[in-house]
Design a protein around this ligand. Structure first.
Ligand code: 5GP
Ligand code: ZN
Length: 113
């Protein structure tokens, strides 16, 4: 099993989790793009947003519930933040395990692309 986020979620690679429950983990991005840059990741291997189905989509709702708790923990709930999930080549997805970037802690760019 070579998926890096499976290894992190399964604790095969020691990581500091900012949030964890039965279905998801959150940890800081290795290469932060903003003062707060956290990855929120399902424990289950889902390759990308393209693979979200009615069978696995409940974890996506859980991820979004977790995101506002994490934003509060990080002190950015009121100042605001952005959530991004890159998908496929044009989306510049580099890790092929579904994840949501939570970025904030500064005024972000107005452009998305
Ligand atoms: P993507 O480009 O797929 O949307 O985002 C992948 C993100 O994962 C990148 O921001 C990259 O810095 C981060 N990343 C890649 N490998 C690791 C790792 O081993 N640990 C952590 N904490 N982040 C990683
Ligand atoms: Zn995986």
């Amino acid at each position: 099993m070579s998926c890096i986020f499976c290894q992190i979620a399964n604790k095969e690679i020691p990581s500091q989790f900012l949030f964890e429950n039965d279905n998801l983990v959150a940890f800081r991005d290795l290469n932060p793009q903003a003062p707060v840059h956290i990855l929120v990741v399902p424990k289950m291997h889902i390759s990308s947003m393209n693979e979200i189905t009615s069978e696995n989509s409940s974890v996506v709702a859980e991820i979004f519930e977790a995101i506002n708790k994490i934003a509060e923990q990080e002190g950015i709930k009121e100042s605001g933040y952005r959530v991004i999930s890159n998908c496929g080549d044009d989306g510049c997805q580099s890790v092929k395990h579904l994840h949501f970037h939570l970025v904030g802690g500064k005024k972000l760019s107005e452009t998305l692309s």
